[in-house]
Design a protein around this ligand. Structure first.
Ligand SMILES: CC(C)(COP(=O)(O)OP(=O)(O)OC[C@H]1O[C@@H](n2cnc3c(N)ncnc32)[C@H](O)[C@@H]1OP(=O)(O)O)[C@@H](O)C(=O)NCCC(=O)NCCS
Length: 311
């Protein structure tokens, strides 16, 4: 397990912001916490992510991946509307990858999921599906998916979903590209596809958005990751050098500092990462080096990370 901040000190890490250059968009939305339409993102995505990508599997097989761009609003020339069929295919991939984590911690993200009842105290495996499905249809979301060209069903083997939105935690006009999802199918994991998606298409989209906006308005990528998702954290923190957002829930040591009581203000309640209260996981007590019992480590269910682009 990677601990994002020192377990001894619950401090906010400073966020190094990459301020941007030149140009401005002609109109600003009235409410600074609102999401922006996909038409702001899709043209950049269409030029940033290649139409085709060749990959060599661990068995030495060459697979050609083909791109489809979906929009929940379905209004752009470069994209197709997100059909219910595509939606279920994408949900199936999310479930295959992170189903157990959503089942265990879904209520920390979707508080509307009913509390599990005795005697088993566990949620049904699909309890989070309706909430995730609604979230996946958020207006403004753009999906970039890749499937095997030989697959008539175009089952996604990898995808990212992106939303351009305001980040009022940073500044009134601040905008970020929110990475809602990144998934690579099990058979394709560990082959470099995740890194390629982030350091290729996502990074190029960030650069294009930065060029298209008023200097200082665009602040790069933001995402949410389960604190138990070690593989993703390794990629994000170690390889791609993403930073913990100052407004992210943090690890702490209750013996030294009280568990942070985080209550987000009203205007921050709309996105899943802006829950008004954060849920923390207390880990088993561990032995300190001198043999005395150390205080339990406490980590939040998820972290919020930010990223200016590929290092
Ligand atoms: C996280 C994820 C997108 C990474 O994509 P990927 O194509 O597997 O990643 P890459 O092949 O580019 O590998 C990048 C790094 O990821 C980590 N990683 C990849 N495969 C790994 C494995 N089998 N075991 C441990 N770490 C692994 C490593 O840090 C790896 O670097 P390495 O090459 O030095 O080992 C992918 O594993 C995935 O879809 N996981 C499930 C869904 C998920 O967790 N999404 C993120 C939600 S926030």
């Amino acid at each position: 397990m990677i601990f994002i901040s020192s377990p001894r000190v619950c401090v906010s890490l400073s966020l190094s912001l990459t301020l941007s250059f030149f140009f401005s968009l002609t109109h600003q939305p009235t409410h600074m916490s609102e999401d922006l339409p996909s038409s702001w993102v899709t043209p950049h995505v269409a030029s940033a992510f290649p139409l085709r990508h060749e990959i060599r599997t661990s068995r030495g097989e060459h697979v050609t991946l083909e791109r489809i761009v979906y929009e929940t609003e379905g209004a752009s020339r470069d994209a197709v509307p997100l059909s219910s069929r595509a939606l279920s295919q994408l949900l199936a991939l999310i479930d295959a990858n992170l189903g157990p984590m959503y089942r265990q911690h879904g209520r920390a993200i979707y508080p509307a999921i009913p509390k599990p009842k005795p005697p088993h105290h566990t949620l049904a495996p699909t309890s989070w599906h309706p909430h995730k499905t609604r979230e996946m249809q958020t207006p403004g979301l753009v999906y970039v998916t890749y499937h095997d060209t030989r697959d008539p069903d175009r089952t996604p083997l990898a995808f990212v979903s992106l939303l351009l939105t305001h980040e009022p935690e940073l500044a009134r006009r601040a905008k970020v590209l929110y990475l809602y999802e990144i998934h690579v199918a099990h058979v394709m994991q560990g082959l470099g596809l995740g890194t390629w998606l982030l350091c290729g298409g996502v990074d190029a989209t960030l650069r294009a958005l930065r060029r298209a906006m008023r200097p200082g308005d665009f602040h790069g990528l933001e995402l949410t990751v389960f604190s138990g998702n070690e593989r993703a954290l390794k990629l994000y923190r170690e390889r791609l050098q993403m930073s913990l957002a100052p407004w992210s829930p943090q690890d702490c040591n209750e013996a030294k500092h009280p568990r942070p009581k985080i209550t987000a203000s009203q205007h921050l309640t709309r996105r899943r990462t802006r829950a008004r209260t954060y849920t923390f996981i207390t880990e088993d007590e561990t032995e300190a080096i001198d043999g005395t019992a150390a205080a339990p480590r406490i980590r939040p269910v998820y972290y919020v990370l930010t990223w200016p682009g590929c290092p």
